[in-house]
Design a protein around this ligand. Sequence first.
Ligand SMILES: Cc1cc2nc3c(=O)[nH]c(=O)nc-3n(C[C@H](O)[C@H](O)[C@H](O)COP(=O)(O)OP(=O)(O)OC[C@H]3O[C@@H](n4cnc5c(N)ncnc54)[C@H](O)[C@@H]3O)c2cc1C
Length: 474
Amino acid sequence: MSEFDVAVLGGGPAGAHAAMAAAAAGLSVALFDENPAAGGQVYRAPVEGAAASGGADQEAGNTLRRELAASGVTTFFGHSVWAVTGDYRIDATGPHGAAHYTARALIAAAGTTERVVPFEGWTTPGVIGLAAATILLKSQHMLPGQSTLVAGCGPLLAAVAAKTIEGGGRVEAIADLAGIGDWLRTVPALLARPDLLRQGLRWWNTIRRAGTRRYARHTIVRVEAAGAQLRATLAPCDASGRPVEGKRKTVMADCVAVGHGLTPSTEVTRLLRAQHRYSREAGGWIAVADQDGRTSRPRLYVAGDGAGIAGAAAAAKHGTLAGLACALDLGAQAPARLQSLVETARDEFLQAARAGHAMANLMALRPGHVDSIGPSTIVCRCEDVTRAEIDAAFDSGAHDVNQLKAWTRCGMGPCQGRTCGDIAGELLARHAADASRERVGCFSARTPLRPVTVEALSGDYTYDSIPIPKAAPL
Ligand SMILES: Cc1cc2nc3c(=O)[nH]c(=O)nc-3n(C[C@H](O)[C@H](O)[C@H](O)COP(=O)(O)OP(=O)(O)OC[C@H]3O[C@@H](n4cnc5c(N)ncnc54)[C@H](O)[C@@H]3O)c2cc1C
């Protein structure tokens, strides 16, 4: 078992910058990530053998990976962390099986999970997440489909559609929950980030030049298999995402890439029983933390989108803040110098977060959208729990999400509620007069945080290695 001053969970912009800041302050730092290289979701490295996709994200990722490699941080890539204990023992499975590490402090920078508001047929093969499509495009340089319907909300709509077109694919249509006015309202915040504004305009220009139809204020209501293709039905919707009367459109495609925003990944901080609060603007449940990422639990910090959705640039600055806060709390040398770095990083974080928050607003969960989930639609896809079963459980007395979990197995499958937790909570809350998410709570986190095989835990042994106790004397 190896010991470190700080363990950092997550090798995205937040985790990498947190680790580098703590290491630069003289601490021994271990960084864990299940991916083969640093970069997280946004700066994902291409898999071995795949052509690099190029572009600004790839460049930024390469720079991050170079800086991290030179920083003195001990990195554990290809390691899935499946348990963390109260004394910061990290249990992971990696290329050589199970491994354990200990640290005096933990920085959780676990990023986000994609949200998909269920609709009829969303579990049909060929329907994938919008954010998942970025993984195919970035790390494998593969198109989600030869012909793709792109649907949902937020900046990933434009990113996926433009990159699919640039990669030689056809985007049949874009169904956007937002209206033009919603996008225009983001412009003032984006003026401080001309790079993002330029990138967005370039994407929309690519889409326009390809002649792709864009249906503003439209939502997918059904997808069904039609031979080798998928038939998607789109309906006009109001600002809350609720389908309204009006002409429905049918779109045929061989892939439907759909996503309705991102929710912070809080499994580790929930497992460690830090205090949490619900924030619709931040994307869902987040750990209660000060501006530098200190949580309610001693020597536990949060950073990046896992602490509230604010985008990649803000995640990096937030990571630096958490790394510095941790170094100060662990008594690293030159505290005055570290404190002045904190002041600078706080200003930079606030500036970067402005654009990120405007984008997060576009992706916030819309209540009318959740209301429109049909009774027979599956909400928990691991355990096949439908909306009707969730409503029936509420009527029988399951008034918080953990009661719901025990009643129906919703959230008890391999993803541990990462996919359905947000929607299940919203559905329960919508039964209550005040629709309070705080009242219905969030799933208690349980190990294993990631699926883990018995083989990885047991390692190599034969039956001869099993100690057989001697028979007790009569
Ligand atoms: C699938 C997906 C694709 C996205 N694509 C884009 C994009 O193209 N452009 C964009 O601007 N934003 C994208 N985002 C949003 C993006 O997450 C952020 O803005 C940015 O990457 C946040 O940085 P971060 O460091 O906070 O988190 P992340 O970059 O998400 O990094 C967190 C890291 O922690 C790792 N991790 C989490 N839990 C564990 C565990 N138990 N064990 C081991 N490792 C773990 C994750 O694998 C990940 O590498 C995407 C989000 C998702 C979910």
